[in-house]
Design a protein around this ligand. Sequence first.
Ligand code: ADP
Length: 340
Amino acid sequence: MADHNHDHAHDEGRGHDDGQLPERQAKDALAEVAGPRLQSLVLKDGVATLVLEVHGLNRLERDRLEIAVRDALRPLAAVRETRIAMTAEKPRRRIVAVGSGKGGVGKSTLSANIAIALSRQGRKVGLVDADIYGPSQPRLMANEGQRPEAKESKLIPVASPWGVPILSIGHLVPPGQAIAWRGPMTANAMGQLIDAEWGDADIIIVDLPPGTGDVQLTMIQRHKPVGAVIVSTPQDLALMDATRAIQMFESGDVPIIGMVENMAGYLCPHCGEASDPFGQGGCEAAAKAMGHAFLGRVPLDIAIRQDSDAGRPPAAFDGPQGEAFAAIARRVAAWLDEQK
Ligand code: ADP
C-alpha cells in the first residue's frame, strides 16, 4: 500500500532545519518498494537506519528488497548512508479494524463471527476487543471471567472454544472502568492488546468502539490496520454515522475493505412473514455511492441474538446464520489475499 504523503510534507511549509522532514521524505520514498515491511526508519546525521520485516521472503526476494530500498533512498540528498537490519521473527501480522458510526449496530457480533468464520476457513486469526464502552467479546466468545496470563511482559491471549484466541479490555478491567480512561491510558492498553503473544495468528480482527474517538485514532496511527470493515444498519441515520467512520479511516490512509449491512430484514419466527424494520439495501446503495465494496448482509434474526448471548456464535455452526457470516468472511479473506 503506497503512502503518498510527499506533497503533504511540502505543503506544511516547514523549514528545512526540521529534522522530521527528511525522515518523512525517506519514508515516503520507501512506501512503494517496502510497504508495510518497513518496521522503522531513523535518519540521523545523514545515516538512515531501518528495519525491514522479511518474514516469508526467500533469500533472493530479500536481496531484491534490499536493493530496491537502497535505490529508493540514494537520490535523497539528506541520506548519505543506509543501514539495513532485517527481521523475520514474527509472522507478518495484519490488523483488520471493524468499525461503526454508532453503537448497537452489531459491530461486536460481526467482529466475533467474522473471526470465527475466517478460522473455520483455515486462517490463523486472533480477536481484539478494543471497545472500551462495552467490551462484549468475552461473553460472545464464551470466555468471560478468564484473565490473560503474561509472558515476558507480553499478554497471552485467552483461548476460546472456537479456535480463535482473544484479548479484551473486558479481560483486563471490571466492566465500566475503561470508559473513564484518557488518551495515554487507552493508547497503552491498545498497545498491550495488539502487541500480545499471538503465536501464529497472522490476521487480527479488532472490534473498535463505535464512533471516531481516541481508541480509533491510536489504532490508525500506531497500529496501522491494513483495512477496515464498516458495519451499519440500513436506515439513513446509521448510514450517515457510518460515513463519518469511513472518513476517519480514509483520512488515516486505512483502506475500506467494505461495508456490511446488519439487521436487514426481519423474518418473524411465528408467522414466517418478512418485514424490514430498518429498511433494506440502504447500506449496499451507500457503499456503491461512495465507491466501496459491499461485503454482505446479515438479517435481523432473534436466533442470532439468543445464540450470541448464550456464547454460541452462529458462525461456529452450520446453518443460514452461520453462512451469512461465512460469506462476509470469504470476501474479507479475498481482499487480504489480493493485498499480498
Ligand atoms: P455493537 O457492537 O455495534 O454495539 P452488538 O454486536 O453488541 O452491537 O449488538 C447489539 C445487540 O444486537 C446484541 O444483543 C446482539 O446480540 C444483537 N444483534 C446483533 N446483530 C443482530 C442480528 N443480525 N440479529 C439479531 N440481533 C442482533
